[in-house]
Ligand binder design. Structure first.
Ligand code: RB5
Length: 146
């Protein structure tokens, strides 16, 4: 898969782990984040990753900040983006099956009950179910034009 990823200073180590994990698995990663702890504004990072994703060559995107909250809120302001701030494997699977999320968010300062890399793998391996979920996803996206 082709994946774009960005982070702020709150998730430097987690982002490095994610990139290594994805590359070892044979995915292509476009890294737009920072590899230092100097402060940067997460909305800028979210916007950068989403704009890049919307160029069209990507399967999905990943955004990471301290909690995953700010950067996912910002990503969801970009038209066409459905960014899921997942907590565990179950929510990652549902984010794809039901919401057809095209972005996933993690928090570098969060203690997950399951490994973030396993959560990410669950998201990658799961497919959108379509059907009634397509109707609901279409309704989500229709909100953008109201
Ligand atoms: C930055 O300190 C922090 O606010 C950010 O990484 C994130 O947690 C915001 O939601």
């Amino acid at each position: 898969m082709n994946i774009v990823i960005a982070n702020d200073q709150g998730a430097v180590e987690l982002t490095k782990k994610i990139i290594k994990h994805l590359e070892v698995a044979g995915h292509t990663v476009n890294y737009l984040g920072i590899d230092h702890e100097e402060s940067i504004d997460y909305p800028d990072q979210a916007e950068k990753a989403c704009i890049e994703y919307k160029k069209g060559d990507y399967d999905f995107g990943i955004v990471c900040c301290g909690t995953g909250i700010g950067i996912s809120i910002a990503a969801n302001k970009v038209k066409g983006i459905r960014c899921a701030l997942v907590q565990d494997i179950y929510s990652a699977q549902k984010a794809k099956q039901h919401n057809n999320a095209n972005f996933i968010a993690f928090g570098g300062r969060i203690e997950y009950k399951e490994k973030p890399l396993d959560i990410l793998d669950a998201f990658i391996k799961t497919d959108f179910e379509g059907g009634r979920h397509q109707r609901r996803v279409t309704k989500i996206m229709d909100i953008e034009s109201k």
